[in-house]
Design a protein around this ligand. Structure first.
Ligand code: DGL
Length: 282
């Protein structure tokens, strides 16, 4: 059940103190657009009794080419939107947004906030030849968080990074298997393959939606790693620690919100979600 907070004009949105959060409240999940639906699928599979509210900030996608300040402003606006819907936890289903804004979000809000980062650590462990490729956005690859990640887990392997400009937009348009999408993927995977990467990290939540094309391009021998399942597990752990897991009898409701200006936004969301979807316009 989704509850609405009635607000007086000019009343600012305040985050509920954590003590008033109940297990029945939904989990808020957001991304710069539709990519985070790849994470939402893992969350729904692992936590089928949790109500989920997903926000696609598609009007402002891609985040990858924006400044950290611009991304932080969007993340705080989306968090306020979800908190006004009384969510009990927030998942930043976006590597770029996490790198730019997770610290500011944790400073402002006290509810559990789960972010994500490219899976460099599991990739370094999985790689047999010690050469790991990372596909991600410019924003993620330029971030201090990513530099710290390499410092911590990339020391004993060679990490080759590749920014995939334009690929997020293909997924936003629902173009998963077009010639243009495949050409971009070929262009971006080529340098990683040339360096001999045997493991490639999908460091952006939009990329799992083109995983079959990436697989076709890189071949069967390369290991592809994404972070969605790990994020869902981390969310479950954090909800359990805060005693916020929904009762297993609770039927789950998944609701989508989008500010996309595309007429077919609801169809794209339903196609990526894989079943019919309740899509609202912001
Ligand atoms: N899904 C976002 C991520 O994981 C894409 C960012 C963008 O909009 O460029 O990084």
């Amino acid at each position: 059940m989704i509850c609405k907070i009635l607000m007086r004009p000019n009343q600012s949105i305040q985050q509920n103190p954590q003590s008033s959060i109940s297990t029945k409240q939904a989990i808020g999940v957001f991304d710069s657009g539709v990519g985070g639906i790849s994470v939402l699928q893992h969350i729904h599979a692992l936590l089928p009794h949790e109500d989920l509210i997903y926000v696609a900030d598609s009007k402002y996608a891609p985040y990858g080419s924006k400044t950290p300040e611009e991304i932080t402003e969007r993340c705080l606006a989306l968090a306020d939107f979800l908190i006004a819907k009384q969510v009990k936890a927030l998942v930043v289903a976006c590597n770029t947004a996490t790198a730019a804004a997770i610290d500011a979000m944790r400073e402002k809000y006290t509810l559990p906030i789960i972010g994500m980062e490219p899976a460099v650590k599991p990739a370094a462990e999985a790689s047999k030849n010690g050469i790991v490729g990372v596909l991600a956005t410019v924003g993620t690859l330029k971030s201090a968080q990513f530099a710290a990640l390499l410092e911590s887990y990339g020391r004993n392997v060679k990490v080759v990074t590749q920014a995939c400009v334009g690929l997020v937009e293909c997924v936003e348009r629902g173009e998963l298997h077009t010639e243009n999408t495949k050409a971009l993927i070929q262009q971006y995977c080529a340098p990683l393959l040339a360096e001999g990467a045997d493991t490639i990290v999908l460091g952006c939540t939009h990329y799992p939606f083109v995983k079959s094309v990436i697989r076709e391009v890189v071949g069967e021998k390369v290991t592809l790693i994404d972070t969605g399942a790990a994020v869902a597990k981390q969310l479950k752990r954090q909800l359990a620690d805060s005693q916020l897991l929904a009762a297993e009898t609770q039927p789950a409701e998944v609701t989508f919100w989008t500010n996309s200006e595309a007429e077919n936004a609801a169809q794209i969301i339903a196609a990526l979600w894989g079943k019919s979807a309740a899509v609202n316009r912001i």
